[in-house]
Design a protein around this ligand. Structure first.
Ligand code: LUZ
Ligand code: MOS
Length: 764
């Protein structure tokens, strides 16, 4: 099935937040943020701003009727700063005016006096002074001391990754209006409608039942709207609640980039031990996560880093420790992969480092240590349906790895100023929210008397085509024409207490709930048919669009007639189903359990060509063997692989967030923050849909596809590194991502390092 949104998107008819027709009396909000990253608030003067044209009211912390608190995992984050500010851009006041331009203009007149305090932007520095979000955590397997003692080779090093701006095409925003009796309706561009509802109710000091959150679709989320769509929606609701007028708040791109959190930068220490056959016997890693100024989702992200510390490899002796370090950056948050990529980058760096020292290709070590069926992860779960070796071998043979390698070598022998590099990147990603309780979803299905069907779930459409998949599930289970079915907006009054659309699990969780609801309706309709036709109890009934089959024989009872007759027999044509992933559990005291419903595997082969005069590069090809299970929609899933891959390549190679020492983001626009464009995507992307069994805990034996492909992008870093070494064999490029063209150039010509330092970025 084609993506059901495709036509509307192409014609510009799809409704995003900013497309909602404006209601009479709407006020427009502009958020005034701190221009200091850390300090004590001495005074806040809004009087001049209040007298500006069009200004209706200015809201500060003092106006909040409930609690000034929007922290999720830890209650450490005010909606509006009070007493202190902890990051540059932290919201302090909200200007409400008749037009957005007037609100923005007035915001310039607000005077915030701050006594500056020291700014920390480096996670290791934060850890040294004890500035932590939470206690560190450690995952163990086997006995690392004994493991290292038995190793032939031991290598130690450091790996660092930068953050990543989500760059959803639609910026953060919400549009709220008062309903009668003090209730609020809010349209929000959020992955987590229930989070918006809960925090709004808390800040307003009223029950969640008085807040209706509605989401049609997002112009991208990527994790950036899992938790961080909340403050803007709460602000719009606060404005609507206090003024009794509609309030619209949409961040401009630069405000969005400065005020919201990003993927977490990490700095990490690794120690890897191998025996003489290149089997990894022991691995020790310490992660320093740059959490930013409040917890947000950082504890959960840190946990997922630990879960993915060994990527696709079996290592018998492991110690992985992680610190969530509190700094003065905007609170970092969920981003596709959710800490997994950061963990995987470090083990890949450790392997590449060992390979370099041992004089072998990294792929030799990678291949020798791939997970096998029944192997234990450091968190106690064992692989079931492990596809690690199958994916690797499929990629190797299908894409003729030996020949590719030969071509690269031949090219490098013949060229001096162009060099090619290769890298293989295996992935293994655990599917489920690591917080077991979050793995639940509900669906509400109505069959109307004309035979059309409305489906509501907790799933949020953000371009990933989850609505298409929900429609496929309903159509397939009910056996009817898909165009009878409408997927409704995601609304907290129809489906309550939802988990955010996140963790790659949305189609699985909500799809299973849709499946259950439709199956229940089908059973009821079949029972109705049995009564109407006086059938034996064991008669096989199949409902189809045009007819019903009874024991294989056609009965002339089209869907519409069947539904109508069921209604006149006073049967309920609505079902509400609840699904919770079975079997999963985790004990955080022991750091052991069975946290994931299943794992997704795959292997990518990268080739890159570096222009060794300029430091620029082109990815020639990325060839992937991916474990899809029985894909529900190969077009949609292919799109997820391509998009995830390119987003991962961007993170590893181009996207560089630059904060100055005062904690101000300098790369706050697309002129200073480079994301992949059509020219920087690989010239060739080949994706092989492996014929794998899928998982019974996934919808229709498929496998989740949202996040796993992002981690293929890590291969880009190592392909570049190998190309650099082809030009300058003694180069030992640091394991510091992103590997931008500038960094490539300096690795090719280290003699220019000093010159580059003096010419480095001047502040704008
Ligand atoms: N969000 C979350 C996630 O709350 N828990 C998770 O485990 C997760 N994993 C990936 C992406 N978002
Ligand atoms: Mo996400 S990182 O699945 O919101």
């Amino acid at each position: 099935m084609r993506n059901i949104d495709a036509f509307n998107h192409v014609r510009g008819e799809s409704v995003y937040l900013d497309d909602i027709a404006e209601r009479q009396g709407t006020l427009h909000a502009w958020v005034f943020g701190s221009q200091v990253a850390h300090g004590k608030i001495l005074s806040l003067d809004t009087s001049a701003a209040e007298n500006m044209p069009g200004v209706y009211r200015i809201l500060t912390a003092a106006d909040i009727p409930g609690e000034n608190q929007i922290g999720g995992i830890i209650a450490d984050e005010p909606l509006l700063a009070e007493g202190e500010v902890h990051f540059w851009g932290q919201p302090v006041a909200i200007v409400l005016a008749e037009t957005e331009a007037q609100a923005q203009e007035a915001a310039h007149k607000i005077v915030l006096e701050v006594e500056k305090l020291p700014v920390i932007i480096d996670p290791r520095e934060a850890q040294k002074v004890g500035s932590l979000i939470m206690q560190p955590r450690t995952f163990h397997l086997g006995d690392p001391e004994t493991g290292f003692a038995e190793c032939e080779y031991i290598f130690e090093g450091v790996a660092e990754n930068g953050g990543q701006e989500h760059l959803y095409i639609e910026t953060q925003g919400a549009y709220a209006w008062p309903k009668e009796t003090g209730s609020i309706y809010v349209a929000s561009s959020t992955q987590g409608p229930t989070a918006v509802q809960r925090h709004t109710a808390h800040v307003l000091g009223i029950g969640m039942s008085r807040i209706e959150v509605d989401v049609t679709r997002l112009g991208g989320g990527f994790g950036g709207k899992e938790d961080q769509a909340t403050p803007w929606a709460v602000m719009a609701c606060l404005g609507a609640f206090l003024t009794k007028r509609p309030v619209k708040l949409v961040l401009h791109r630069m405000e969005d980039m400065r005020m919201t959190g990003k993927r977490h930068p990490y700095s990490s220490d690794f120690k890897i031990g191998l025996d003489k056959d290149f089997k990894i016997k022991a691995y020790e890693v310490t992660f320093y996560q740059n959490a930013g100024a409040a917890a947000d989702l950082s504890p959960a992200v840190m946990e997922r880093t630990l879960f993915h510390a060994t990527n696709s490899y079996f290592i018998p002796n492991v110690r992985a420790t992680a610190y969530s370090c509190k700094t003065n950056l905007p609170p970092n948050t969920a981003f596709r992969g959710f800490g997994g990529p950061q963990g995987m980058f470090v083990i890949e760096s450790a392997i590449a480092f060992a390979a370099e020292k041992l004089g072998v290709a990294a792929s030799v070590i990678q291949k020798a240590n791939l997970l096998k069926e029944g192997d234990e992860f450091p968190y106690g779960q064992h692989t079931e349906g492990c596809e690690a070796e199958n994916c690797w071998q499929t990629a190797e043979s299908r894409y003729n790895l030996e020949q590719l390698r030969e071509e690269v070598n031949a090219f490098n022998r013949e060229n001096t100023l162009l060099k090619k590099g290769m890298a293989l990147m295996p992935i293994c990603f655990g599917i489920s929210f690591t917080k077991t309780a979050m793995n639940q979803a509900r669906a509400l299905v109505h069959i109307y008397t004309d035979g059309s069907v409305g489906v509501s779930t907790g799933a949020v459409e953000m371009g990933q085509a989850v609505n298409t998949k929900m429609l496929q599930v309903a159509a397939q289970v009910l056996g009817i024409n898909p165009n009878r079915i409408r997927i409704e907006t995601t609304n907290t009054t129809r489906v309550a207490n939802t988990s955010p659309s996140a963790a790659s699990a949305t189609a699985d969780l909500n799809g299973k709930a849709v499946q259950m609801a439709c199956e229940n309706l089908l059973e009821r309709l079949k029972a109705h048919i049995a009564i109407q036709l006086n059938l034996e109890g064991n008669a096989a009934i199949e409902i189809q669009e045009e007819q019903v089959l009874v024991n294989g024989k056609t009965v002339d009872l089209p869907w519409e007639k069947l539904v109508f007759s069921a209604y006149w027999s006073r049967l309920s044509l609505s079902e509400n189903a609840h699904y919770a992933t079975p079997d999963i559990h985790f004990n955080p005291e022991k750091e052991k359990g069975y946290p994931f419903a299943y794992h997704v595997y795959g292997t990518a082969i990268f080739t890159v060509t570096v222009d060794c005069l300029r430091g620029t590069y082109d990815f020639d090809s990325v060839k992937i063997a991916h474990d899809f299970g029985s894909s529900m929609n190969t077009n949609v899933d292919l799109g997820q692989i391509e998009g995830g891959l390119v987003q991962g390549i961007g993170w590893m190679t181009l996207e560089e967030l630059i904060f100055n020492q005062e904690g101000r983001l300098l790369s706050n626009a697309l002129s200073t923050y480079k994301v992949p464009d059509i020219y920087s995507v690989p010239k060739e992307v080949e994706v092989h849909f492996m014929d794998t069994p899928g998982s019974p805990r996934a919808i229709f034996g498929s496998k989740a596809v949202g996040e796993p492909p992002l981690m293929y992008g890590i291969g880009a870093f190592f392909a570049l590194r190998n190309a650099i070494k082809a030009f300058r064999p003694e180069a030992e490029p640091a394991f510091v991502a992103p590997m931008t063209p500038e960094k490539v150039l300096l690795n090719l010509y280290p003699e220019f390092e000093a010159a580059a330092q003096t010419a480095s970025v001047k502040e704008n």
